[in-house]
Ligand binder design. Structure first.
Ligand code: FAD
Length: 596
């Protein structure tokens, strides 16, 4: 299956909506528009020509484990080398350790491309970037000196070792132990499961970030520490030294992402070092998890884009039946299926969800950049709060979206969608995991209400609504957009009221938190995207009014915004009604009654 980066839309989002060059100037990173466009074009060529062609085979071939060694699918090793050699691995890494310090507002576009080209391939490097963030923020100078540079360059990869057989969502249950040694190191013993990239055949060393308990640790999540446990202990000269006491015991056989190794990792008294303070592991790991959740959101986006591209290609070529009002292509045996309203419904749903999520991804990326790079402390704090509110929405909504869009792609292909060679069923299988890992989507929704909404009584959410409402008022001044702006303003007001209602209900009955959470997250996402679609329409209308050229592109934006507001946004209403249905109908039934 071919994949081509959606460069025109990315440029629209980066330059025309989010002024990426101005953003870079504010961050003082020396990137200008020309350089950014050049990087995106290189990225498109790399992902389209080098990575995408590996994806189909990686699904057929999968990973193999023999004598503790994992062999990744054909081509991954060479492609990874190219990824490192060409500097893609170090794109976002800290400049003090050889990274290029690209902001997320640029990097997210490259990462979306990678996910769209091959999710399996991207998984190995994605977690390394998260590990770099955690180590850079919380690691000691010695650990950084010995490990960080090689991880930033991509020569060494990183993993995130949280899950154990009895401890998935609930990390309070984890049992891996870390015993202090006289030299300041720890002996780490335990079994981790489902570790992405726990073992592979293309990096010199693998640096595991492991959650474990020290002997005197308090029970629960307050007693978890983070340790760096390398496969090979680094020598003083920076080369990989002695093999550590850890091994890959098995790899999982999975529904999708078969090219990514998912490993059982056994730590048998392996040498490790604390990252951050003892018993503060979860807080340190959150640095990595926030990044990983944003990245997993991008996985949904990348797969959604790939699925839309496949569906669109097919819908233009496949000839079946005539249009409802007569032949559209009378010279052909039948019309291409793109003439049928129902096929258009699927394609436009795909297109507007994907492009809507891309706008939200860019907005979130900008907040992440400002959180870490804005000069003024108040701006850093404000951006951090905004990003924290958005990350559970990005993670859960984008990945649900990816699965829905892949499912539409299967449907557009008809029976051929169910057949492997066309690639659509692989996208559907590959995207399914994104709704599960990095905290299931149900857990993201709980986080949104419990920590984000109740955490500040809805203050941050209301600030976001204010911002979107101000844009909507501006858009309303454009005569062609008055009606769209009115629709969005009404929804924003309804969102504000719904949030207040959810807070009140949750305070009155804690079960309401979990009963309302998924519908509230979905509602929020549909309204957020409506706000961005209105901004896109306003920008497109301005470009058309100014006669800047590319009229077809901007007209498509206006049509898409109109479709989204009239045919997708109404989904918000059903989520609202459902959540207002309350918790009692969920909790009233006795457990035994479920079986009747
Ligand atoms: C392919 C793959 C790769 C992975 N990669 C990694 C990795 O690199 N590192 C790592 O550490 N882990 C990894 N994981 C593990 C993954 O993060 C967990 O599977 C996930 O967090 C869920 O945990 P669980 O599977 O134990 O499900 P459970 O926690 O058992 O959850 C089962 C169901 O119960 C729900 N549930 C649980 N608790 C609650 C609650 N309090 N409220 C409401 N609902 C709840 C969940 O939403 C879910 O629907 C990976 C998993 C897979 C399959």
């Amino acid at each position: 299956m071919s994949y081509q980066a959606p460069l025109r839309d990315m440029r629209f989002v980066l330059h025309e909506l989010f002024d990426v060059a101005g953003h870079c100037e504010r961050l003082g990173n020396g990137l200008d528009r020309e350089l950014i466009d050049g990087v995106l074009e290189e990225a498109a060529a790399f992902t389209g020509n080098e990575i995408a062609p590996l994806n189909r085979n990686s699904d057929e071939e999968g990973c193999r484990l023999e004598n503790g060694k994992v062999t990744t699918p054909k081509g991954f090793r060479a492609a990874y080398q190219q990824y490192v050699d060409n500097g893609w691995a170090s794109m976002t890494g800290p400049t003090d350790f050889g990274g290029q310090g690209f902001p997320q507002l640029v990097a997210f576009a490259f990462h979306e491309m990678l996910m769209g080209a091959s999710l399996s391939f991207r998984i190995y490097s994605g977690l390394t970037e998260g590990a770099v963030l955690a180590l850079d923020k919380h690691g000691s100078d010695e650990l950084k000196r010995d490990y960080l540079g090689k991880m930033v360059s991509g020569q060494w990869t990183g993993t995130m070792c949280l899950t154990e057989p009895q401890a998935g969502t609930d990390l309070a249950l984890l049992r891996t132990r870390a015993e202090p040694q006289a030299d300041g190191s720890y002996r780490v013993t335990g079994n981790k499961i489902f570790i992405s990239g726990g073992e592979q055949d293309f990096s010199e060393n693998i640096v595991h970030l492991v959650l474990a308990r020290l002997p005197d640790a308090p029970a629960g999540v307050k007693g978890i520490s983070l340790l760096l446990v390398p496969k090979f202990i680094a020598n003083a000269d920076g080369t990989p030294g002695a093999k550590n006491a850890l091994s890959c015991g098995a790899i999982e056989h999975k529904m999708g992402i078969k090219g990514a190794s998912t490993c059982v990792m056994n730590f048998d008294g392996a040498t490790g070092w604390l990252v951050g303070e003892a018993n503060q592991g979860l807080a340190c790991m959150f640095t990595m998890m926030n990044d990983a959740r944003f990245q997993v959101g991008l996985q949904g986006l990348g797969i959604g884009e790939a699925a839309f591209q496949g569906a669109l290609r097919y819908a233009r070529e496949r000839l079946q039946s005539r249009g409802l009002t007569g032949a559209v292509a009378p010279e052909k045996a039948a019309d291409p299926i793109i003439v049928h309203p129902d096929v258009r419904r699927m394609l436009l749903t795909q297109k507007t969800l994907v492009e809507g999520c891309r706008m939200l991804a860019a907005y979130t990326a900008r907040q992440l950049d400002l959180e870490h790079g804005a000069e003024e402390p108040a701006a850093r704090k404000a951006a951090g709060k905004r990003a924290a509110l958005l990350i559970p929405i990005v993670k859960a909504f984008f990945t649900d979206m990816g699965q829905e869009v892949a499912s539409h792609a299967v449907q557009v292909y008809g029976g051929h969608g169910f057949i492997r060679e066309w690639g659509m069923e692989q996208l559907m299988r590959d995207s399914r995991i994104t709704q599960l890992y990095e905290g299931t989507n149900g857990i993201q929704a709980l986080d949104l209400i419990r920590r984000k909404l109740l955490g500040d009584g809805g203050a941050e959410l209301n600030a976001l609504i204010d911002e979107l409402a101000a844009h909507a008022r501006d858009a309303a001044a454009q005569p062609a957009l008055t009606e769209s702006a009115r629709l969005v303003e009404q929804r924003l007001q309804q969102w504000r009221e719904l949030a207040a209602q959810v807070i009140a209900n949750s305070q009155a009955d804690a079960q309401e938190i979990g009963a309302a959470s998924v519908d509230f997250l979905q509602y929020s996402a549909y309204v957020l995207l409506a706000g961005f679609w209105l901004q896109a329409a306003a920008t497109a209308q301005q470009a058309l009014d100014a006669g800047t050229g590319e009229a077809a592109f901007y007209q498509a934006k206006l049509h898409s915004a109109d479709f989204y507001l009239r045919r997708v946004l109404p989904r918000a209403s059903s989520h609202r009604e459902a959540l207002l249905g309350g918790a009692d109908c969920l909790m009233a039934m006795a457990e035994e009654s479920f079986a009747f």
